[in-house]
Design a protein. Structure first.
Length: 110
């Protein structure tokens, strides 16, 4: 390296460091220009939090009805049937399995 360039080396390094930090401050993950992305992500997470809070409240109500001191026989029977997959012999069972795009009236027209 030539002798006349040595005094400028620290200044050049400092300039590149300032330029790098400036670019990161504008375009980095938490930069000034990425605020819209952060706002969209925040709105998405708040919606998710609201949905999960509602699910939790619903589950808390169901758990309250399944406790021994306030047992709801209807809820207990419903959950047992859903988990086990059995029905009472006196029940009418309507099966809804089949292709999603199929027209239910197609068999009636034939």
């Amino acid at each position: 390296m030539p002798e006349h360039m040595k005094p400028y080396l620290p200044s050049a390094l400092l300039f590149f460091l300032i330029a790098y930090l400036g670019v990161q401050a504008l375009t980095g993950e938490r930069g000034l220009l990425s605020g819209g992305e952060r706002d969209a992500l925040l709105a998405q997470r708040q919606t998710q939090l609201t949905r999960l809070t509602e699910q939790r409240q619903d589950l808390e109500v169901r758990v309250r009805y399944l406790r021994t001191e306030s047992l709801s026989k209807d809820l207990l029977e419903e959950r047992a049937r859903a988990v086990i997959g059995f029905a009472d012999p006196r029940d009418y069972v309507v099966r809804l399995s089949g292709p999603a795009g199929r027209n239910p009236d197609a068999n009636l027209a034939s």
